[in-house]
Design a protein around this ligand. Structure first.
Ligand code: ACO
Length: 328
């Protein structure tokens, strides 16, 4: 079996129902539309309403992907969800999604790689297909980051949106598919972006609350510096592994964390603006859902077409980073 081993045959995405423009945040906290747009590029984001937890948004995105692929839930062999804000500690959100879909023949599990979760999942699913562990694997990235955001911390509360993105990966037709994937991590820098409480190390106790460890905590400046370097390096790795030059790529799909991080990556490779997919203005940072949403939108808008080569690159908590080249 030669690469490409696996191809995307359907995609979908979904977001929380509550539209939150920057102007609404001006009412809730000490911030301005001008600060948010200048520093991040975000104009609005979607937050979950009551009852819109991870498996609910995951199901909406997954059903779109399955429908586009033209398969039944029973034909799915595996479900992988990248998330750090799943329905509950266990079982996995993928188990709940399996039940919701009626994907009775699928194994299912979650993986934890923060923003990089969906690209990690895609890479893993490709390997499972290449080694014959399954023919059809559903890969979902879903995050309800509002469930762990400190709404009194304006430096993080303005950034995140709740959303899901999904792709069905099937055996490649020999033309379309993943031309490369790459993953990296650095656990020594975990404390720069983490949500330390609620596990076996720091339960949610009054002491933890008093220490301010209950929520997602981020040293934004430091994360920014590492993100710029890691997303550019990961892009280069994906291109090298696929044996491609930047000018042979039709679109760059970067993780939508901050418009300035995106611009730094764009400049390093000299991608023209019209070959970069950007939707951070409308979605905010949706973490693991960011890349599949950007891919799915661009496909549905007819920007990414069959035959196009796309490089994606992501960076997130852990730290983790990942990238890949997809031929559609
Ligand atoms: N509105 C107004 N002022 C604000 C806000 C706000 N929402 N937030 C912070 N400020 C203030 C700060 O208090 C600070 O004020 P001071 O100078 O008086 O102390 C000033 O703005 C500058 O703050 P910085 O944190 O230094 O601002 P910076 O330019 O670094 O932007 C940001 C912050 C947007 C968070 C940026 O650092 C960033 O995007 N970092 C990377 C985020 C990222 O990529 N995360 C990875 C993925 S996320 C994930 O994995 C879940």
């Amino acid at each position: 079996m030669q690469r490409p081993f696996a191809m995307i045959t359907g995609m979908g995405h979904a977001h929380g129902s509550r539209l939150v423009p920057n102007e609404m945040l001006e009412e809730l906290m000490d911030t301005t539309d001008e600060w948010i747009v200048t520093r991040t590029g975000i104009k609005q984001r979607w937050w979950s309403e009551e009852g819109e937890y991870a498996s609910v948004l995951a199901e909406r995105a997954a059903r779109n992907a399955i429908e586009e692929a033209g398969v039944t839930p029973e034909q799915i062999d595996g479900i992988i969800i990248g998330t750090v804000t799943g329905d509950m500690k266990f079982p996995s959100t993928a188990n709940f999604l399996q039940a919701r879909l009626g994907a009775d023949n699928a194994f299912s599990f979650d993986l934890s790689a923060a923003c990089s979760g969906w690209v990690y999942g895609l890479s893993l699913a490709e390997s499972l297909i290449a080694t014959g562990k399954g023919k059809r694997i559903l890969v979902v990235g879903v995050e309800i980051l509002t469930s762990m955001t400190d709404m009194s911390d304006r430096s993080t509360a303005v950034l995140f949106g709740d959303a899901a993105g999904a792709a069905l990966l099937e055996v490649s037709d020999g033309q379309a598919g993943l031309l490369s994937t790459y993953m990296g991590s650095n656990g020594k820098l975990a404390e720069l972006l983490w949500a330390p409480s609620g596990g076996s190390r720091f339960g949610i106790t009054p002491v933890v609350r008093a220490a301010g460890k209950e929520h997602l905590l981020m040293k934004g400046r430091h994360v920014y510096t590492h993100a710029v370097r890691a997303m550019a390096d990961a892009t280069q790795q994906a291109l090298d592994l696929a044996g491609l030059q930047p000018e042979e790529i039709d679109f760059l799909v970067p993780h939508q964390a901050n418009i300035r991080i995106i611009q730094a990556t764009v400049e390093r490779f000299g991608f023209p603006q019209d070959r970069v997919i950007i939707n951070i203005d409308r979605f905010g940072n949706t973490s693991t859902a960011s890349i599949p949403i950007a891919l799915d939108e661009a496909r549905r808008q007819g920007r990414i077409k069959p035959g196009h080569k796309v490089v994606m690159t992501v960076f997130g908590g852990g730290f983790t980073w990942a990238s890949g080249v997809i031929q559609f």
